[in-house]
Structures are given as structure tokens and as C-alpha cells.
Design a protein around this ligand. Structure first.
Ligand code: BGC
Length: 831
């Protein structure tokens, strides 16, 4: 069952009922100011850091769900309703929510009154703009009341939700004309405030929640709206809000438009006040003046649209399959931008309080984002690297506001360092900008310890090499990619951290997965060294490359011996030296991660283990909704395995369809030339293809979710944790590079498709290092891979063949063209 449809021309998903199975959200903002917005206008706003600079309050886990947001109440005689349906839940006569790229529009009509609520975070503005248009479609005059309403958060969302003995006394506001200033804590150490404003004078306002809603009223039945209007209350402590009241008289056919804003302002310390106790409003006034009318609002919309035109023009697809085109060309890239901005901090499942930016998560997010704004990727790489320790290990997370490592969780996740190589390698392939490697970057955010980025990569690589276990495989530490496989923890007490309790790190437990990573990204590191050796004529880098490849080859041997189980790659060895993820295990016999990573790394490609491992994945882990993480699911808790066994069977890491590593299987299958199977794995979790089962899937049909319940779960097929997942970046890699086969390399752009035989032709327009490539792939004989003929600018061209860097050895390597040029490429698949 569907709850909407894709409007490809406008790049929107149009939701046709407010009663979606779960709130279906959008992200507004692409720089510093962000809003999470649901299809019923629920959500919240923050500046940069969802925990430390939260502007509006949001209660997760509430009932009904999604009670707080950017609310508009319409009072029409005795009837009160919201265009977004929530929170009053009065039935509109019609309803539509259009989620677009960086904006949303909710349109509803009731009793002849049409309301259009448009929300956008303008580029270059630290604010949310909300335009509300009212239209009288009746043939009589209408006297209406309009009330916008938001509830402020007292900045630190964690404190806001816990330290009530203090914060119920802290709230402070100022009201000045059509603006309500939220200046809580401004009198002491803060030099920032929030402002809610309207572009015309209201007839009334409230800033005390109790006054507007009533102590026991609640947002579904605000006393001011249902009763005798706003009271002009000034909040002193308790819960400051911004509510306004407007009387609107509309003749038949008449339309009236209001613009509201919610802004974040910072003042220099010596310019905090305009009079004792009165905040300096000059910056807020400039913001209000900038966005005061429809023309300004329209211009902001247009600017945003142009921005996205530019971003998406870097990769466009026309394949004849509308679902594929819209995912690869629009929504997957959009989600990559969101994950780049948010990491795993703020979604409807991530509270914005728990985690900042993840080291490994952000490095992986770069893989799907780097082609859009390489300069921002560059900055991010340098920020992440600066949190690395001198021994090459890394803080697992850091706060976006301070860019400092997060001590609570600390270090010890032994895959982290290698992801820095992965992210940097993706940047180098995309841009060819090797100057980044010379940038001086702190260790542990300490400038006295700064070293060139290349040295950071070297230490990342060495970290694994100097942390090997009894089988020559990498030590796992607290966990590797799978945060829940905690082989050194042994927690028996509820409430303890699964990752940081007990020894947490040990000299025995090893990860085959990190072994695979080391081979994949160790080769990438060697390629980078080799490239520098060649371009700079440096023997030292040549030797470093040779040494790295020797270490990679030793690791390959270790993986193919101690890491090989006979039909698939093992997952790990636990702290007692027992196999995890082997046929001899009672449960958890086979895991997805090492199959994907080791095959992507090319381990066992020539000797058959790679193909055997993928066959085992299909046999043991496949389901109609995606590939599950492991089988059989753990049915009881194992202290020696950790959090993974704490989940009920079929959920999360315990045999859920953990979408993030499905694209690894796609890439792995493509590396073996299995185009049909690669596409099958891709399609099963790709939202546009499962839009028809939105009643089962439940999360948004336009973005990937972290997890879909596996076959052992009661809710098989039901997704959770939409938006903030590495699935976005890896899915984009899998479709754009592995399947469609447009792959940036250090030396140019490779064309190496691996597609289902049913795909007969497609065209990709790809911007690469400033040049636009128009690549047409024809597949007349229904091949899955292999280029038969190629033309560049209508000239028949030699294929790079086995000497080339292409995975199938049959691709076409295009040297970078001059920036600004347009290169026409045509390839024909087949033998
Ligand atoms: C984390 C990732 C981790 C994954 C698997 C996600 O919640 O953000 O870093 O790799 O879970 O455990």
C-alpha cells in the first residue's frame, strides 16, 4: 500500500494522507541551521549541534507521536484545525505534503479555506522561514483566526529533558513588536538567542506555554485557540513558547500571505545588550528585514532550487526505469547530503543528544557525498583526522560544535583508523587533489602534535599492523564496524555499556572483517603511495607502497587460512580464541560483513573463495526484503559476544537486515561480474522499489533506513531508523560505481558496468574534475558485464584491458579531461 507518490519533475515526494504509518520527515537546511520536519509539520530546529544548540523542543517516544512542531492553528467559527492535521487532528477535506529538496509544503483545505504552509531554511540564513497562505474558496466572507505556535528548548537538549529543578526557573523572553525573543541564559554565559517573528503585527501573543495551551490543555486543545485568544503572557521560567494570534478577514476568492521566521542570532560579547537587560536585536532585525515579503521568500526558494540543480547535475541517470533514475539521480544523493550534515546525530530515531559525529560513520558518508561538494568533504576529512590519536587510533565520535573528540565513548574501535584511508582515498579519486595530503593536521586536536595528513594515513595503516592477534588477524578492540560485537566486554549487569565495560580491549579477540578492510584500504593506501612516488619521483613512497603491499598480502593469507571456514569467511575469534561466524558455532554461523568486505577487497577472487562466500550469502542470508546480518539468530545472551546477542532475534545486528552492508554484497557481486544478482541485492532494500509495501516497510519510501526487521522477527519487513545510515553512501557507491560502473580512480574515470541483462541502455551524465562526461551504455545482447567496444568523442578507443584498474579487467579508463569540457562516451557491452 502507498501513502503518496513521487513527483519526479519537481523532485518531490507527495504524501497524500497525514496518517502515514510513521511520521515521514524531511531535512531543511544545508549549512548550519537545520530543521527536521514531518509530513504533519512536526519536528524541531537546531543550530549546528542538535544537543547543544536546540531551538525548539521535541519529545521522542511521545504518544501521540510527533506532538511538537511548527504548528499553525486555524480557527474558523467553532472549528479549529491544522493544515498538517496534527496536533488537533481535525479531518481536512484535502491534504497534501510535498517533501522537496530542502523544503516542504503542506497544503490542506477545510470548509472552503485553503491553507498552504511552506517551510524552508534559506541558503546563507540561520533561520527557518514559514510562509502561510490562506485562501477563501467559499462564496461568502470569512472571519478567521490564525495562530502560529512553537515551544522553545532551553538550548542544551539533554539538560532540557532532565534538569528540571534548574531549568524551570531559567526561561526568559522579550517581546518587541511582531518578534518574540527567546533569551534564556543570555544574561549569563550565552551570547546567542532565538527569535520568532511575523512579517506583520499580531493581534495578540503568548510566551508562556501554560497561558497558551493551559496547564492541562496540551497542543491538541490550546485554550487560547479554543477559548478567548492569546493573553499577552510573558514567560518567567517554566516553558517559554512563541504563539501569536492574527485576525484575518477574507472576501470570496481572496488570499492572504504571512511570513513567519525562527532565527538564531549570535552577538559578539561586547555587543550583547542594547540597554541594561535588553538584548541587542540589530542582527535579528536585519534577518527579519531580509526575509520580510513574498518576493524574498520566493527568491530563497529559487536559490535553493538552483543550488540543488547544481548539486545533482554532477550525477544524472536516464535508464528508462523511473524508480532507478529517481533513486540514483535524486533521492539517494539527497540522503547522502543529509548523512554528511548529520552523521548519526539527529533524526526521528537519533535524539541528537547521544552521539555527535561518528569517526567511521562520517568517513563512510564521504563516499556518497564527495562528488557533490568536494571542498566540504576536504574540510570534513581534516576535521576528522584531527581527532586521531598519535598511535593511529581514533576517538570514536566527536561533537560538531567543538570538533573535539568525545571522551565518554573514547577510542578502541579498531576499524576506525582504516576508514580514514577510505574517506581520503575517495576524495583523492574524485578530485585528484593530492595537496590535501600535505595539510598539517593535529593529533588529538593538539596543534603542537600536527603532522601532514599523509602521516595520519600512514599511522592508520600502521595501527592495524601493530595490533595483530594470534592468527595474524587484526585485534578487534571494543568492536569493529559492528558496534555490537563486543568480544572483550563480558557485561552481566544491566545499564553497563557493552563497549566500555570490562577489559574492552584484549590481546586475543580478532576480526576477520578488519582483515578484509586492511586488504581493501591497505591497497588503496599503497596506490596513493605509488601515485606520489610516480608523480614526485620519490623512492621512499615507492618503498612504502611495496611494504604496504607485502603487509596486505600477508593479511590476505591470514584471512584465507584462519579467516576461511570452508564455504564462507569467518567473522572473528573471540577472547578465548573460539571462532565466531563458523559452521561449528551453534548460532551465528555466518555473518554478512566479512563476506562483503573480503570479496570487495578481492580476497579469494582468483582462488574461488570469493564466489563460494557469496553463494553462501545467497543460501543462508537472503530474504525477499534484503540480506540479513547473520544466521541463525542468537536466541540467548552471550556475555562473550556482547550487545549483538542482547537484541531479540531478527532485530538490529542480531539477524536484522542491517541495510548498510547490503550494498557491500552488491559491490562484491559486481566485482565478480554478477550483474543480475548485484542489482537484485540493490533493489530489494532500495526505497522506491518497495514503495508499494509502505504499510509493511513503514518508514519513508524516499530514503533508506538503517534496519529492516529480519526473518526471525515478528515484524519481518518493517524498517526502523530511517535517514541517518551508512546505507545512503554505500548504496550510492553500489549503484553508481559497481552497477552502472562509473568509477573515479586516482588516474581518471573508469567505465566498467555490471548490470542486469534486462537493462538494455542507459546514459549517465557525470561531472568529474570539472569536466562533464556524457556516458551512454548500450547492451544489445543482454550482457551483464564486459565492454565490447568503446567510443570517446566518436573515436573508437582501446580498452584498458587487464592492465587497467577495472574490477572486471575489461573497463575503459578515461584520463581526466580539461575542466569545462564535455566528453561524449559510448560503450557497448558484450563479448
Ligand atoms: C553505527 C555504525 C555501526 C553500525 C553497526 C550504527 O548504528 O552508527 O557506526 O557501524 O551501527 O553496528
Amino acid at each position: 500500500m502507498k501513502y503518496g507518490f513521487f513527483d519526479d519533475e519537481n523532485r518531490e515526494y507527495v504524501i497524500t494522507t497525514p496518517r502515514t504509518p510513521l511520521p515521514w520527515i524531511n531535512y531543511l537546511g544545508c549549512e548550519d541551521f537545520f530543521v527536521l520536519l514531518s509530513n504533519t509539520a512536526g519536528g524541531y530546529a537546531f543550530y549546528r549541534d542538535a544537543r547543544l544548540r536546540r531551538l525548539t523542543r521535541y519529545r521522542y517516544n511521545n504518544s501521540p507521536l510527533d506532538s511538537e512542531g511548527f504548528r499553525i492553528y486555524i480557527r474558523d467559527g467553532a472549528s479549529v484545525w491544522n493544515p498538517g492535521w496534527q496536533p488537533v487532528q481535525a479531518e481536512p477535506d484535502s491534504y497534501r505534503c510535498r517533501h522537496g529538496l530542502g523544503y516542504s509544503v503542506i497544503e490542506a483545505e477545510k470548509d472552503g479555506i485553503g491553507v498552504r504552509q511552506e517551510l524552508i531554511v534559506p541558503k546563507g540564513g540561520n533561520c527557518l522561514l514559514m510562509r502561510v497562505g490562506l485562501t477563501n474558496r467559499c462564496d461568502v466572507q470569512k472571519q478567521l483566526k490564525l495562530f502560529p505556535y512553537i515551544e522553545f528548548c532551553l538550548w542544551d537538549a539533554m539538560e532540557d529533558g532532565s534538569n528540571f529543578q534548574r531549568n524551570l526557573s531559567c526561561g526568559e523572553v522579550e517581546v518587541d513588536g511582531a518578534a518574540i525573543y527567546h533569551k534564556t541564559e543570555y544574561r549569563e554565559r550565552r551570547n546567542h538567542y532565538a527569535v520568532f517573528w511575523a512579517n506583520r503585527m499580531p493581534d495578540g501573543f503568548d510566551t508562556s506555554r501554560d497561558a497558551f495551551l493551559g496547564v492541562y490543555g496540551g497542543p491538541a486543545r490550546p485554550e487560547a485557540v479554543f477559548g478567548s485568544g492569546c493573553t499577552g503572557s510573558i514567560a518567567h521560567g517554566w516553558q517559554p513558547v512563541a504563539a501569536q494570534e492574527f485576525s484575518v478577514c477574507l472576501e470570496p476568492g481572496e488570499r492572504s500571505s504571512f511570513i513567519f521566521g525562527l532565527g538564531y542570532i549570535e552577538n559578539p560579547t561586547d555587543e550583547k545588550w542594547e540597554a541594561p537587560g535588553v538584548i541587542n536585536k540589530s542582527r535579528a532585525k536585519a534577518m527579519m528585514a531580509r526575509y520580510s515579503d513574498d518576493a524574498a521568500f520566493d527568491a530563497a526558494m529559487k536559490e535553493l532550487g538552483d543550488h540543488w540543480d547544481g548539486l545533482l547535475s554532477g550525477f544524472r541517470l536516464s535508464s528508462g526505469d523511473a524508480k532507478l533514475d529517481r533513486m540514483a539521480g535524486i533521492w539517494n544523493q539527497y540522503q547522502c547530503m543529509v548523512t554528511f550534515n548529520m552523521s548519526r546525530s539527529a533524526s526521528y530515531y537519533e535524539s541528537g543528544m547521544g552521539r555527535g559525529m561518528g569517526f567511521r560513520d562520517s568517513c563512510q558518508d564521504l563516499l556518497g557525498f564527495v562528488h557533490m561538494i568536494p571542498e566540504r568533504a576536504r574540510e570534513r576529512i581534516l576535521d576528522i583526522a584531527a581527532t586521531q590519536f598519535e598511535d593511529g587510533s581514533a576517538y570514536h565520535q566527536y561533537q560538531p560544535l567543538t570538533k573535539k573528540g568525545n571522551m565518554d565513548i573514547g577510542s578502541g574501535f579498531n576499524d576506525d583508523p582504516l576508514w580514514l584511508i577510505a574517506g581520503t582515498d575517495a576524495y583523492l579519486r574524485e578530485t585528484g587533489d593530492f595537496s590535501i595530503l600535505n595539510e598539517m593536521v593535529d593529533f588529538d586536536n593538539d596543534p603542537t602534535k600536527a603532522q601532514p595528513l599523509m602521516e595520519h594515513l600512514r599511522r592508520s595503516f600502521r595501527f592495524t599492523l601493530t595490533h595483530l592477534g594470534p592468527h595474524g588477524l587484526p585485534l578487534i578492540g571494543r568492536a569493529d564496524w559492528n558496534d555490537c560485537l563486543n568480544l572483550n566486554c563480558f557485561s552481566e549487569t544491566p545499564g553497563e555499556s557493552f563497549q566500555t565495560t570490562g577489559p574492552s580491549e584484549g590481546p586475543v579477540a580478532e576480526s576477520v572483517f578488519i582483515g578484509g578492510m586492511f586488504v581493501k584500504y591497505g591497497r588503496a593506501y599503497a596506490d596513493i603511495c605509488r601515485h606520489i612516488a610516480r608523480t614526485e619521483g620519490s623512492d621512499a613512497y615507492g618503498r612504502e607502497a611495496d611494504e604496504a603491499l607485502k603487509a596486505v598480502s600477508d593479511m590476505e593469507t591470514a584471512v584465507l587460512t584462519a579467516g576461511w571456514d570452508g564455504s564462507w569467511f569467518r567473522r572473528a575469534y573471540d577472547a578465548f580464541g573460539h571462532v565466531v561466524g563458523g559452521s561449528g558455532c551453534e548460532e551465528g554461523k555466518i555473518f554478512i560483513e566479512p563476506q562483503g568486505m573480503c570479496v570487495m577487497a578481492g580476497i579469494g577472487r582468483k582462488t574461488g573463495e570469493a564466489a563460494a562466500a557469496l553463494k553462501s550469502v545467497k543460501e543462508h542470508l537472503d530474504t525477499p526484503y534484503g540480506v540479513v546480518l547473520l544466521q541463525p539468530a542468537y536466541t540467548r545472551y552471550h556475555a562473550e559476544l556482547g550487545e549483538i546477542t542482547s537484541y531479540p532475534p531478527g532485530y538490529k545486528e542480531n539477524a536484522g537486515i542491517f541495510c548498510h552492508n547490503n550494498p557491500w554484497i552488491t559491490c562484491a557481486e559486481a566485482s565478480l561480474g554478477h550483474g543480475g544478482r548485484a542489482f537484485e541485492v540493490y533493489r530489494r532494500i532500495t526505497p522506491a522499489y518497495i514503495e508499494d509495501i509502505s504499510d509493511i516497510h513503514r518508514t519513508e519510501p524516499y530514503c533508506y533506513s538503517q534496519m529492516i526487521a529480519g526473518k526471525d522477527a515478528a515484524g519481518f519487513g518493517e524498517a526502523k531508523n530511517s535517514w541517518l545510515t551508512g546505507t545512503a553512501a554505500w548504496s550510492f557507491v553500489s549503484i553508481s560505481q559497481a552497477i552502472l560502473g562509473i568509477r573515479p580512480e586516482l588516474d581518471g574515470l573508469t567505465i566498467d558496468p555490471c548490470i542486469p541483462s534486462s537493462l538494455k541502455s542507459y546514459t549517465v551524465t557525470r561531472r568529474f574534475r570539472g569536466a562533464d562526461y556524457r556516458i551512454t551504455v548500450d547492451n544489445p545482447d543482454g550482457a551483464e558485464t564486459g565492454i565490447r567496444e568503446a567510443w570517446v568523442e566518436e573515436k573508437k578507443t582501446e580498452l584498458s584491458g587487464n592492465a587497467g584498474p577495472c574490477l572486471t579487467g575489461r573497463g575503459l579508463l578515461l584520463a581526466p579531461a580539461a575542466p569545462g569540457s564535455v566528453v561524449e562516451v559510448k560503450v557497448i557491452l558484450g563479448v
